[in-house]
Design a protein around this ligand. Structure first.
Ligand SMILES: *[C@@H]1O[C@H](CO)[C@@H](O)[C@H](O)[C@H]1NC(C)=O
Ligand SMILES: *[C@@H]1O[C@H](CO)[C@@H](O)[C@H](O)[C@H]1NC(C)=O
Ligand SMILES: *[C@@H]1O[C@H](CO)[C@@H](O)[C@H](O)[C@H]1NC(C)=O
Ligand SMILES: *[C@@H]1O[C@H](CO)[C@@H](O)[C@H](O)[C@H]1NC(C)=O
Ligand SMILES: *[C@@H]1O[C@H](CO)[C@@H](O)[C@H](O)[C@H]1NC(C)=O
Ligand SMILES: *[C@@H]1O[C@H](CO)[C@@H](O)[C@H](O)[C@H]1NC(C)=O
Ligand SMILES: *[C@@H]1O[C@H](CO)[C@@H](O)[C@H](O)[C@H]1NC(C)=O
Ligand SMILES: *[C@@H]1O[C@H](CO)[C@@H](O)[C@H](O)[C@H]1NC(C)=O
Ligand SMILES: *[C@@H]1O[C@H](CO)[C@@H](O)[C@H](O)[C@H]1NC(C)=O
Ligand SMILES: *[C@@H]1O[C@H](CO)[C@@H](O)[C@H](O)[C@H]1NC(C)=O
Ligand SMILES: *[C@@H]1O[C@H](CO)[C@@H](O)[C@H](O)[C@H]1NC(C)=O
Ligand SMILES: *[C@@H]1O[C@H](CO)[C@@H](O)[C@H](O)[C@H]1NC(C)=O
Length: 357
């Protein structure tokens, strides 16, 4: 039982997610995703201060939400993912870049996983740039929200709540691993927890680039994809209707870090959602070959950010999401998720790099 005593279960039982939750064991930590909760541990910090909105060519806000270790078909069979797919564009050719978790998270913000092949305690040295450097150069605000991270930019390897369950892990918090972010106090303040999220969205002060990591149960890692679906029903569905989260210029990516079965490639179920999806594109699929590097190339293209010069510039693995490329006339490589010549993205431990040569 993870519900703080101050919240009556009865209140939650009235919500739409109660039926779904009952079958998976999911229990809501608060009445709504915009409510603070002692379950999220540290109290909310001061409201974040953002620079004025920098318009992008297609979107002004990009939110990515990462779930864990689920094969494409397992997610596709869930009713919640099906109803979300009806509201967005399903990316059938989206791939994780390696195994296990941590290198995938590193890759999504740093453009490489530097040879890392495990979920170890890492500190990427300050001279390694990330997407934060690109965003800061253009005064584009950013933040990451990590469920159950006890305090902002917490440096520990994991955190165990008072119920003795370890909900938070550093390996799923990509920016804290880069010292070029975690060691600069103004940047560290943007590595935030879910109490901060509740306050920030309540104050309509969300940033323009956002990375969301649910805890080890809510992201499906320690549970099932059905449990993650219950969390999405509780957390994401109401936020999609909240204009402090999802504006008409917001693009949201819901994805998984990696496919569960190493031997069959690394295709992960991913959906683009948000106010920028034209009505005519809802409930469609885009078969283009994308990877986690596409999240970098897409924001770089949207805001003319320049690049990190790593796999974000590798034309083989960094196609720009077509919802953007079609408007900016960016030329993708024409590979789809079913092309015969896709690179192997399920290999691990064999690629040299500066973290693990
Ligand atoms: C970054 O610094 C480390 C030492 O902390 C050094 O080994 C490495 O070569 C440097 N990398 C770059 C790209 O400058
Ligand atoms: C709030 O921010 C300050 C300064 O960044 C930090 O020292 C403190 O730990 C933060 N508190 C929480 C609860 O995150
Ligand atoms: C949390 O960290 C401790 C050591 O710091 C380790 O023994 C334990 O296995 C970790 N638990 C999880 C779930 O990562
Ligand atoms: C957590 O573990 C400690 C030490 O094993 C134990 O004393 C305590 O009762 C446990 N708390 C809960 C809520 O299970
Ligand atoms: C979101 O808004 C739509 C349309 O107004 C409504 O049908 C739906 O029930 C709302 N969803 C939630 C979770 O509030
Ligand atoms: C988007 O929303 C803003 C205000 O929130 C409004 O001024 C603008 O007209 C809307 N644009 C479209 C295309 O609906
Ligand atoms: C990766 O997936 C391919 C099929 O796409 C399979 O042939 C290969 O054995 C897998 N590699 C590993 C290391 O599991
Ligand atoms: C994992 O990804 C491969 C593509 O590489 C896909 O064919 C397979 O269906 C996925 N696994 C499952 C069980 O869906
Ligand atoms: C979405 O498309 C599928 C077929 O791809 C169809 O079965 C379903 O009814 C559509 N859903 C909505 C809400 O239009
Ligand atoms: C991009 O343009 C192509 C060619 O016109 C079209 O088939 C596709 O549906 C478009 N995709 C998106 C996501 O707009
Ligand atoms: C992709 O296809 C388009 C349209 O057929 C073509 O113009 C373009 O050159 C192709 N791009 C590559 C990299 O092959
Ligand atoms: C680009 O990606 C492909 C596929 O992963 C890889 O084989 C190639 O070495 C990469 N190119 C560079 C310059 O890293």
């Amino acid at each position: 039982m993870i519900v703080p005593s101050i919240f009556a279960l009865a209140a939650f039982a009235k919500t739409a997610s109660a039926a779904a939750a009952a079958s998976t064991g999911f229990t809501a930590p608060a009445p709504a995703p915009t409510s603070e909760s002692p379950f999220y541990v540290g109290p909310a910090n001061n409201t974040i201060t953002n620079t004025p909105i920098v318009p992008g060519k297609v979107f002004d806000r990009f939110i990515q939400i990462w779930l864990e270790n689920t094969d494409f078909d397992s997610a596709a069979s869930q009713p919640v993912f099906q109803s979300l797919a009806a509201e967005g564009i399903t990316l059938t050719g989206y791939y994780g870049v390696t195994h296990p978790s941590e290198p995938n998270y590193l890759a999504a913000v740093g453009g490489d996983f530097f040879g890392l092949a495990e979920d170890s305690l890492e500190y990427i040295p300050t001279n390694m740039s990330t997407v934060v450097d690109l965003l800061d150069q253009k005064n584009i605000s950013w933040a990451t929200y990590q469920e159950n991270m006890p305090t902002d930019a917490y440096e520990g390897y994991n955190f165990t709540n008072s119920d003795n369950y370890t909900y938070y892990v550093r390996k799923h918090n990509p920016l804290v691993i880069y010292e070029s972010v975690a060691n600069i106090s103004t940047r560290a303040a943007r590595i935030r927890n879910f109490n901060d999220f509740a306050v920030d969205v309540g104050n309509d002060s969300l940033s323009q680039w956002i990375f969301i990591t649910p805890n080890l149960r809510d992201d499906g890692h320690d549970t099932t994809v059905g449990y993650a679906a219950s969390w999405l029903t509780y957390w994401l569905l109401p936020l999609l209707n909240d204009t402090s989260f999802n504006t008409n210029s917001t693009l949201i990516l819901l994805t998984f870090d990696e496919n569960e079965t190493y031997t069959i490639g690394n295709n992960v179920f991913s959906i683009l959602l948000g106010g920028v999806i034209p009505a005519a594109m809802k409930n469609t699929t885009d078969p283009t070959f994308y990877t986690h590097y596409s999240t970098l190339s897409t924001v770089e293209n949207n805001w003319d950010l320049g690049n990190l010069g790593r796999q974000d510039t590798n034309k083989t693995v960094a196609n720009v999401f077509e919802i953007v490329a079609n408007i900016t006339s960016y030329q993708n490589n024409n590979l789809t998720g079913s092309s015969a010549s896709l690179p192997q993205l399920n290999i691990t431990g064999t690629i040299p790099g500066t973290v693990e040569p």
